[in-house]
Design a protein around this ligand. Structure first.
Ligand SMILES: [Zn+2]
Length: 284
């Protein structure tokens, strides 16, 4: 009897300890759960604060884990470069620069028409899927590298485009020109192949304050290119002033579109578009 009594007391003591520990175990598990990426994503994707204008899903915040180094610590940031760094949609992985150009196409109804011939460099999936749905007359998806996993991508050097003059109605070149060694040659080639009256979208990151483009042969490592040009595979930091001048010198007419003239109040923020980036649309 004494033994049973003692065992009961021990069991009671163990039970009490377990009860006392439960809140701690619960709290620890809860902390682990609420800090887990999957749970954060689950909660985020139930929010309504923002919407991706491409996949139309809503959530509490865009994913900013691939933002470039702090604006203030980089050369390009110091010179108020727009179009550097971006946020992602957690559903469709579209970047803010892609959502930006897509939103301008929607708002201004720039999507190619069925008779158009389109040349698209570094073709982003949401854009080319939308363009294909327009059943355009001809659609060339081009890149210097043909390893995009897209069957019909053509390996084309933007500085030597293998098409005749006045061939395309629309050329799309979203964040490509800052990667090529000879910017003027690239612009000249785009101008050559586009028809009179056709237009090109030539987005690129650029400094809003530099008088001239910045390029230095000594900047030749991933770290220095990131620091000075804003990304490890950029080869130039464009000056907005000189870039727009280059485009006009080549014979393009500027038809720039700004957020304040294109989007409703709050819409630009709601879609998480690229801050301060405007649409570089030029007409031949
Ligand atoms: Zn999306």
């Amino acid at each position: 009897m004494v033994l049973i009594y003692k065992m009961t007391k021990v069991l009671k003591a163990i039970t009490n300890i377990i009860w006392l520990c439960l809140p701690y175990v619960f709290l620890k598990s809860w902390n682990k759960l609420k800090n887990s990426r999957k749970f954060k994503l689950y909660l985020n994707l139930r929010g309504k604060k923002y919407q991706c204008n491409i996949c139309k899903r809503t959530f509490n915040s865009f994913n900013d884990t691939i933002l470039q180094p702090s604006e203030l610590t980089t050369w390009s940031g110091k010179y108020f470069t727009i179009g550097i760094g971006h946020t992602l949609c957690d559903y469709c992985s579209s970047t803010s620069r892609l959502r930006t150009i897509y939103a301008y196409f929607d708002k201004l109804n720039l999507w190619p028409k069925s008779k158009d011939k389109v040349l698209h460099f570094a073709p982003e999936a949401p854009l080319y899927k939308r363009i294909i749905s327009s059943e355009v007359s001809e659609y060339i998806k081009a890149d210097l590298y043909d390893d995009w996993g897209i069957n019909d991508i053509k390996k084309i050097n933007i500085m030597d485009i293998p098409y005749p003059e006045n061939y395309f109605d629309i050329v799309i070149c979203n964040h490509v020109l800052e990667h090529i060694p000879d910017l003027k040659k690239g612009i000249a080639e785009i101008h050559r192949v586009i028809k009179k009256g056709g237009f090109a979208i030539l987005m690129a990151p650029m400094s809003m304050v530099l008088e001239n483009h910045f390029q230095d042969a000594g900047i030749n490592t991933d770290d220095t290119r990131t620091a000075y040009y804003g990304q490890n595979d950029h080869v130039i930091l464009l000056s907005k002033k000189q870039y727009l001048q280059d485009l006009q010198n080549q014979g393009f007419q500027l038809d720039l579109k700004y957020a304040k003239d294109t989007f409703e109040s709050g819409e630009y923020e709601y879609f998480g578009l690229e801050p301060k980036e405007f649409l570089v649309k030029v007409i031949k």
